[in-house]
Write a protein that binds this ligand. Structure first.
Ligand SMILES: Cc1cc2nc3c(=O)[nH]c(=O)nc-3n(C[C@H](O)[C@H](O)[C@H](O)COP(=O)(O)OP(=O)(O)OC[C@H]3O[C@@H](n4cnc5c(N)ncnc54)[C@H](O)[C@@H]3O)c2cc1C
Length: 347
C-alpha cells in the first residue's frame, strides 16, 4: 500500500478512470505533488473495471463527441511508453441505424473528422458472416475494443512515474478548509491539499456533501452486460441505435451483449437482475440469441444532466468536480483527464 503523504498540491478523491486520468494529466503538465485517494483496496474496481470496454468515437451529441473523438484518438495513438501494445484493437464498429438518421450521424462524424462509411445490410453481413442483422448503417473502421487493464495501468504508471501517489483503502470521510488550505480526513489519516478534485463517480454528490458543497443531482443508472459462449474473432462491434437499442462485441471466446438498459439505482455495488439475460436475447439477431450463457454482470453509469461536468465550485475555488462520465468514460478518459488538469492548473 502506498504511504499517504502529509501534503499534496492536488488531492483527487476517487481512483476510477476519471481520477487516474486526471492524475496522469496533471503529471503530464509537470505537477508532481498529486495524490489519488481511493476508498477501495483496488483502483478502477467499480464502473471503470466493470464496463464493456468499447471505443465508440461518435457519441449522441456534439458536446459528448468532442470528448469521445479526442479520447479515441488518444487510444489509437497513446504517447510513447504509455502501454506495451495497442489500447484499441481497431476491429471497427457498425452503428446500425435507420436511413432517416444516417445523414445526421454521418454529418457529426464528418465534423469531428471521424473515418466512417455508409454500409448496407449485405456489407454488414460480409463483415460478420452469419450474423443476419438485416440492417445497414455506418461503419467506423477506427473504433474497437479497448484493453481496459492496459489503459488504467498506463494512467497509473505514468502518474506514479511523475511523483503522484495512488493510495487505496483511503476513503475520504470529511473535507474542511483550514487556513488557506484544505484538510482531507481519510480512513488512513489526514492529507493537506491546495486543491481537491472530486472524481468519485456515482458517489460524487456524497463526497461533495462531505466537503460541505451542494450536490449536482448526479443520477446512477444500472446497465447489464451478458457474456455468451460464442466467438467471432474478426467481427466488428455492432451497436443498434434504433428504438430498441442493443450492442454486441466480440471478447475472446465470448460475445458481450447489452440491451442498453438504464433503470435508476442508488450508488453502490450493483446486482444483476435475473431478467436481464432474456431482455438481451430478445434483441439479438436469431443467430446469437440462443448462445449459451457464460455470466451476467451489472454496474452503474453516472450522469450529471449532459456531458461530463469538469468545473470548479463557484463558492469553493479549491474544489473541482470531474463527474458524470455516463456511458463513454473509458473512451473519453484521456480527454476528460486533460480537461480537468487544465482547469486545476489555472487554479
Ligand atoms: C455496464 C457498463 C458498460 C460500459 N461500457 C462502456 C464502454 O463500452 N465504453 C466506455 O467508454 N464507457 C463505458 N461505460 C462507462 C464507463 O465505465 C464510466 O463512464 C467510467 O468508468 C466512470 O469512471 P469514474 O472514474 O467516473 O467512476 P468509477 O469508476 O465509479 O470511480 C469512482 C471511484 O470513486 C471511489 N470513491 C467513491 N467515494 C469515495 C470516497 N469517499 N473516498 C475515496 N474514494 C471514493 C469509488 O470507490 C470508485 O473507485 C460503461 C459503464 C457500464 C456500467
Amino acid at each position: 500500500m502506498e504511504p499517504l503523504p502529509d501534503r499534496a498540491e492536488v488531492a483527487i478523491v476517487g481512483g476510477g478512470i476519471a481520477g487516474l486520468a486526471t492524475a496522469w494529466a496533471l503529471v503530464e503538465r509537470g505537477r508532481r505533488e498529486v495524490v489519488v485517494l481511493e476508498r477501495d483496496e483496488a483502483l478502477a474496481a467499480h464502473a471503470s473495471g466493470r464496463n464493456a470496454a468499447m471505443c465508440r468515437a461518435l457519441a449522441e451529441d456534439d458536446a459528448w463527441t468532442a470528448l469521445t473523438a479526442a479520447g479515441a484518438a488518444f487510444l489509437r495513438q497513446p504517447p510513447p511508453g504509455f502501454a506495451a501494445g495497442p489500447l484499441c484493437d481497431g476491429r471497427g464498429l457498425v452503428l446500425a441505424v435507420d436511413d432517416a438518421a444516417v445523414a445526421e450521424l454521418a454529418a457529426r462524424a464528418a465534423r469531428f473528422g471521424l473515418a466512417h462509411a455508409r454500409v448496407t445490410a449485405a456489407e454488414v453481413e460480409a463483415r460478420w458472416p452469419g450474423l443476419g442483422l438485416g440492417r445497414g448503417g455506418l461503419f467506423f473502421p477506427d473504433d474497437g475494443c479497448i484493453d481496459l487493464g492496459a489503459l488504467a495501468d498506463g494512467f497509473a504508471r505514468g502518474a506514479r512515474g511523475g511523483g503522484a501517489r495512488l493510495c487505496t483503502s483511503a476513503e475520504v470521510t470529511r473535507v474542511v478548509e483550514d487556513g488557506g488550505e484544505v484538510v482531507l480526513e481519510t480512513a488512513r489519516g489526514r492529507v493537506r491539499a491546495g486543491q481537491v478534485v472530486v472524481a468519485a463517480g456515482a458517489w460524487a454528490d456524497e463526497v461533495a456533501a462531505r466537503a460541505g458543497a451542494p450536490g449536482l443531482g448526479v443520477v446512477s443508472r444500472r446497465r447489464h452486460v451478458v457474456a455468451l459462449r460464442a466467438s467471432a474473432p474478426a467481427a466488428p462491434i455492432v451497436w443498434d441505435v434504433g428504438a430498441a437499442e442493443w450492442y454486441v462485441r466480440p471478447a475472446g471466446a465470448e460475445l458481450w451483449a447489452s440491451a442498453c438498459d438504464g433503470d435508476r439505482v442508488e450508488p453502490g455495488v450493483i446486482d444483476a437482475r435475473r431478467e436481464a439475460e432474456a431482455e438481451v436475447r430478445a434483441r439479438l439477431p436469431a443467430a446469437l440469441a440462443t448462445a449459451p450463457l457464460a455470466r451476467t454482470w451489472a454496474c452503474q453509469r453516472t450522469f450529471a444532466g449532459g456531458p461530463p461536468v469538469v468545473a470548479r465550485d463557484a463558492a469553493r475555488p479549491w474544489l473541482v468536480r470531474v463527474v458524470g462520465l455516463g456511458g463513454h468514460g473509458i473512451t473519453a478518459s484521456a480527454a476528460v483527464g486533460r480537461a480537468a488538469a487544465a482547469l486545476v492548473s489555472r487554479g
